[in-house]
Structures are given as C-alpha cells and as structure tokens.
Ligand binder design. Structure first.
Ligand code: RIB
Ligand code: CA
Length: 311
C-alpha cells in the first residue's frame, strides 16, 4: 500500500524535484500540495507548484495556497538562490493549466486528515508556518498525522546565517512549535542534504532520459548550480528537498538517529539555529529522528526513475 502524503512546500528548484518524486514514486500517494512563503512569495510559490503538477500531467491533486508570511516575523525570500520567479531557468510562455484550489491550505490539510482512512504523512520542504498553524488550531487531528518529515535545520552550520538553515531561519517560532508538538518528527537537515549533490554524472543521467520534462529538470538544476556556485562556491548544488520525500519512500535511503532537537527563536546571533543533541549532553529525551547519512545511489535512482516514469 502506498503511503498517503501531503507535500507542504515553497517551490523552489529543489521543491520542484521533490514534487516530481512524490508524484511519480509508487511507494507514496500524493494527496495534496500546500504552499508556504519562503523561497519566494506565496503567490509565486503557488504558481510554481501548479507549474510542476501541470508539467507532470497531474490533474487530481489539489494545490492550495498557505501562509503568506511567517507566524511573527517579516518574510525573507531567497531570490538570490531561486531567482525572480522562484523557479528561474526554463522560460514558459503559458500559464500552468492546473488551477489553484479554491480552498486555503489549512482547509485542505484539515479535509485530507479528516477524510483519509489512515494517518497521513506530511512532508514539509519550506518554513513550518502552515504546519504550526494546523497543530495549534486542530490539536484533535494530530493522531491523523503519521509523521512530519521536514527538510530543514542542520546538525552543523547554516546556509543563511552562521548557525541557521533557511527553512528554520524564515520561521523559527513555527519550527519550534512543531518540534515540540509531540507529533512524530524527522529532520533532514543540511548535514544530510549536502550529500545529495547534483554532480555532472547525475545531470548526465537526467539528460539521457531525453523527455521534455527531463530537459526542464536539467535546466532547473543548471540554474540552481549557477547560484550555488556564485553564492557558496559549490562545484555541484545540493538538492535538499527530495531527501525528505526519499526518507518516506524508503527509510533505508536516509539513515537517521534519535536525538533531542530544539529550535532557537530568541538568540541575537543564533535565531533559527537547530540545537541537535546527538550526544545527549542535555539529558532531554529524544523528540526527533535526525537524518545523518544518504544512500546516494538509491536516492538518485529513485528520482531518475520518477522523472522517467512521468514520460
Ligand atoms: O536550506 C534549503 C531549503 O531552503 C530548501 O528547502 C530550499 O528549497 C529552501 O527552501
Ligand atoms: Ca524548499
């Protein structure tokens, strides 16, 4: 039985690839896509999510707009990484055919959780604003969430501030609330997503697929590579967000350890830092599965297979 899944995202190049994986991998069933402000405004992220589903030919999965700003902070977008559209690279001269859901993300999340016969996994690949709101407003629904698997945080250093990863930094109050909620939580941070590098070999595998969709993937990843090279000097960019989807598809692809995680929301210099107590210095009970190691070959094979299957 495929694992029922909602993807809460801020596309974003790596979110786009995470969407394609969630759409096409037979181990999961994508029930809904919800968007959140982060890489770009929520308007642009929602258009981008609709774009990805349109390219994949998906017409039966709602795309619902979520929070347009963090819980208490001003939004900081990442147009330096993802461009003016949030998904720069290939140019499109038509609007995406998949419409936006008339319902807001919160209503779609509630509806999916209430109606699905078994608990649903939420994969979040942006700031946790929508998820924090959901947990705060609908505590009775938490047993209907199988787990929350988040691309965010880091056991090491950050990528937007010395100690903060971008999804944690954008809305640390939301991340803090979700981590403390007691809902089963898995964190796929930079320490593991930096093992998912789009090397030339990987790019060549997508080029060999030879379909229009695969070509667009190559163009997305080539744009992403250019900003990672320019901003951080990476030779190959890390494709963060599909790591969280891969963890759900096959837990063996992403090895995790149990640890206590807290999110710093107050620090003057450390806001958005994830303090991951890998060695139990604090004595606090583990509250998360923390990803530490990626099976690169299995990971890339799953994504290449997904894009191939979409034709
Ligand atoms: O830090 C990487 C994360 O920030 C990814 O989810 C990327 O899409 C951006 O949102
Ligand atoms: Ca993202």
């Amino acid at each position: 039985m495929a694992i029922p899944l909602v993807l809460d995202c801020d596309p974003g190049h790596d979110d786009a690839m995470a969407l394609l994986l969630a759409i096409a991998d037979p181990a999961v069933e994508l029930l809904a896509v919800t968007t959140v402000a982060g890489n770009q405004t929520v308007d642009k992220c929602t258009v981008n999510a609709r774009r990805v589903l349109s390219l994949a030919g998906v017409t039966d999965v709602p795309v619902a707009r979520g929070a347009d700003r963090p819980l208490v902070r001003r939004l900081r977008i990442a147009d330096d990484v993802h461009g003016q559209t949030g998904l720069d690279g290939p140019l499109f001269d038509t609007e995406p055919t998949v419409p936006e859901s008339p319902s807001a993300a919160q209503d779609v999340l509630i509806d999916v959780l209430q109606k699905h016969s078994t608990p649903v996994t939420i994969v979040a690949t942006g700031a946790l604003t929508n998820i924090a709101r959901l947990l705060a407003s609908e505590p009775a629904l938490t047993p209907k969430i199988a787990e929350i698997v988040w691309m965010g945080g880091s056991t090491d250093r950050g990528n937007i501030a010395p100690l903060a990863e971008a999804n944690a930094y954008v809305d640390p109050e939301a991340a803090d609330q979700v981590v403390r909620s007691g809902v089963p939580f898995t964190m796929c941070g930079l320490n593991v997503t930096h093992q998912a590098l789009v090397t030339d070999d990987v790019l060549a595998r997508f080029e060999r697929i030879g379909t229009p969709l695969a070509r667009i993937c190559v163009e997305w990843m080539t744009f992403f590579a250019s900003t990672y090279r320019q901003l951080w000097g990476f030779e190959a960019p890390p494709l963060h967000d599909p790591v969280a989807v891969a963890r759900v598809i096959d837990p063996a692809i992403v090895r995790c350890v149990e640890a206590n995680v807290v999110v710093e929301a107050k620090g003057e210099w450390t806001s958005g830092a994830t303090a991951v107590d890998l060695f139990n210095y604090t004595g606090r009970a583990p509250n998360a599965q923390v990803a530490v190691e990626l099976d690169r070959e299995a990971f890339w094979t799953r994504i290449v297979d997904a894009v191939t299957a979409l034709g």
